[in-house]
Design a binder for this molecule. Structure first.
Ligand code: NAP
Length: 244
């Protein structure tokens, strides 16, 4: 089977590292992003030059159903239907207590981090055959709860964990595998969105391995779960959190 991967939120951070990791293993790559066209196009140029695989970028807000349907249709046209999906998109907002959160913020977190995973999986499954696979990107926050920082984000990742379990069971008889990674504290721009760019360094002394993680250390686990080497693995979770 020709392998074509879609990585949502794939233009930066863990998604970008995953795109490169999969390209190095011969996958055609579709990078989804939201607004930062320059970051996406720079990554596309790098992947085409470095790995000589087909690679495109498509802008779409994956929390929006109409845009998700268009994303998959455009991908069909430009690079071929998805065989491997990485539901990687994730947002968090300024650190605050639950008592300070309003509905707009909570709903934005949930639609981006959870609804998009449902919608992208639904569209992918219209195209997938036995042997195809999905990896969802959750977080250790689903275990810790992120008190005082972003409980809305942690709750969205709890939903991703349950979504992984349920979808994996629905699809197991069809030979389509669904797994999940739960990163801990990884050096990406997401922490600046929470208002604390230096968060990973602040927390590193509390991590058993005494350091934050690199995006590539998450990408390798995603790639393994997608690969045929994980052919008997479904509904499973890999925590990449330095022992947390
Ligand atoms: P990041 O560096 O902040 O990158 C976010 C990506 O998501 C960008 O490509 C961004 O595109 C895209 N995006 C944002 N909103 C979108 C939307 N509505 N539709 C489509 N794309 C959208 O993120 P990251 O840290 O690599 O995180 C990746 C995943 O890992 C997330 O699910 C996150 O929750 C999870 N995670 C991260 C950490 C960590 O420490 N970094 C820890 C645990 C879990 P634009 O730039 O165009 O907006």
């Amino acid at each position: 089977m020709e392998k074509t991967a879609l990585i949502t939120g794939g233009s930066r951070g863990i998604g970008a590292a995953t795109a490169k990791y999969l390209a190095a293993r011969g996958y055609g790559i579709c990078i989804n992003y939201h607004r930062n066209e320059q970051a996406a196009e720079t990554l596309v140029a790098h992947i085409r030059e470095q790995f000589s695989v087909p690679c495109i970028a498509i802008a779409a807000d994956v929390s929006d159903e109409t845009q998700v349907v268009r994303l998959f249709a455009e991908m069909d046209e430009l690079i071929g239907p998805v065989t491997h999906l990485v539901n990687n998109v994730g947002v968090l907002f300024k650190q605050m207590k639950v008592t300070e959160m309003d509905a707009e913020r909570i709903n934005k977190t949930l639609t981006t981090n959870v609804t998009s995973y449902f919608l992208c999986s639904r569209e992918a499954l219209k195209r997938m055959q036995p042997g195809c696979a999905i990896v969802n990107v959750s977080s250790v926050a689903s275990r810790t709860g992120s008190a005082g920082e972003y409980v809305d984000y942690a709750a969205s990742k709890g939903a991703v964990d349950v979504f992984t379990r349920g979808l994996s069971l629905e699809l197991a008889p069809q030979g389509i595998r669904v797994n999940c990674v739960r990163p801990g504290f990884i050096y990406t721009d997401i922490h600046a969105d929470g208002g604390e760019p230096g968060r990973v360094d602040r927390i590193s002394s509390q991590i058993p391995m005494l350091r934050g993680g690199q995006p590539e250390e998450v990408a390798s686990a995603i790639a393994w779960l997608l690969s045929d080497e994980a052919s008997y693995v479904t509904g499973s979770f890999i925590d990449l959190a330095g022992g947390r």
